[in-house]
Design a protein around this ligand. Structure first.
Ligand SMILES: [Zn+2]
Ligand SMILES: [Zn+2]
Ligand SMILES: [Zn+2]
Length: 366
């Protein structure tokens, strides 16, 4: 091995080789959507793709890549959107947090794609097709015709619960330091995640001691919203009405129209003409307001959390026994509807907590 090789050279070597080949064929500048999911992509390579004039990438997907230093990537992004930059980056959208697409399922955002020529893990663009050497590592594209059924609305609109992990797990939620990067990039580079817009992030609506840091919205409430008002204090985001930064880039990335709008446009089932409103929150905003089992949620306008925060600290100490706890819960449930505790221990008091506690009580007394 050549001793002068740096680590970056080593890990980005295969892709740099492909880029050079495309450059010699005068194709690289035509690549507007670049999908490098699951490949070896060091942060330095991303920097080059964003700042190097050889490239003209508008939408870049680097989900589940290897050899990526997250801090390094954050520095690259901060650098390209720095206020003193003389121009905006060409890059408009970055797919980073989501799962790699299982197959190159054509999206309805790509109405022009029907031949199935384009494979996942391969760069695509208007006109630029990549060499056969990539097909071996790429997944086989499905033709749109094979799908043949109505596509469901995207997870972001449909899911109630964690939008990043399957089965509402939170292990895949982006780390909190990414929220600052999303904020720095707001209006310049869109991501496959959005910031929470809950009132506690807004200094004009929240007392300083209650103010929350920027946070990535990871809990989706669908269009149903709060159990009482059916909405949310910040107002749900409405596609084609509200700012781009309210909407996540949707998977799979659009392969032909490399615009943020096309990447954000949800696939509607035939029964819907316009996308339903979108309500997303961070975990901190919905603490003690959201039932993790049935996903009911009560917003800040409708529910005041009577004493849950104070009680939680008091009651969750190890010396507190079950009986004392259950006594308090019974008390909370019996108080009048307007002030009753709605969520305790991440479960809604009215149904899920009761069903959780009954078997325990049976075991204790039976
Ligand atoms: Zn409400
Ligand atoms: Zn929040
Ligand atoms: Zn529940």
């Amino acid at each position: 091995m050549d001793e002068s090789l740096t680590e970056d050279d080593f890990y980005s070597g295969p892709l740099r080789g492909i880029f050079s080949k495309l450059e010699r064929q005068h194709l690289i500048f035509n690549v507007k959507t670049m999908i490098l999911d699951g490949l070896s992509v060091p942060a330095e390579l991303v920097r080059d793709i964003i700042v190097d004039d050889r490239f003209n990438v508008k939408i870049l997907s680097i989900r589940k890549v290897t050899n990526m230093n997250q801090r390094g990537l954050q520095s690259v992004l901060r650098y390209v959107v720095r206020p003193s930059a003389s121009s905006l980056p060409r890059l408009k959208g970055l797919y980073l947090f989501g799962h790699k697409d299982a197959a190159a399922t054509p999206s309805s955002r790509d109405t022009s794609m029907s031949s199935g020529r384009i494979s996942a893990g391969v760069m695509s663009s208007e006109g630029a097709q990549i060499g056969a050497e990539w097909n071996a590592r790429s997944e086989v594209a499905l033709s749109a015709a094979l799908l043949g059924h109505d596509q469901p609305l995207e997870e972001w609109w449909r899911t109630r619960g964690n939008v990043f992990g399957p089965n509402n797990t939170i292990k895949d939620t982006p780390s909190s330091d990414w929220a600052d990067i999303l904020l720095a990039c707001q209006g310049v580079i869109a991501f496959d995640a959005v910031l929470c817009r809950g009132p506690r992030h807004d200094p004009s609506q929240t007392a300083p001691e209650r103010l929350l840091r920027p946070a990535i919205a990871s809990i989706g409430f669908g269009a149903r919203g709060c159990e009482i008002c059916g909405s949310c204090p910040e107002q749900p985001a409405v596609f084609d009405r509200d700012a781009d930064c309210y909407f996540p880039l949707l998977a799979p990335p659009p392969l032909h129209a490399s615009t943020i709008r096309s990447a954000q446009r949800p696939t509607l089932p035939q029964s819907l003409e316009t996308p339903p409103p979108l309500i997303l929150r961070c975990t901190e905003c919905v603490r003690d307001r959201w039932c993790q089992r049935c996903n009911k949620w009560w917003c800040e306008n409708c529910y005041e959390e009577p004493f849950s925060r104070a009680k939680r600290q008091h009651h969750n100490s190890p010396e507190d026994g079950f009986q004392e706890d259950s006594g308090w819960i019974a008390e909370a449930m019996n108080s009048n509807a307007g002030t009753a505790v709605k969520v305790y221990s991440n479960l809604c008091v009215e149904s899920c907590l009761v069903s959780e506690m009954l078997p325990v009580a049976d075991g204790m007394w039976g």
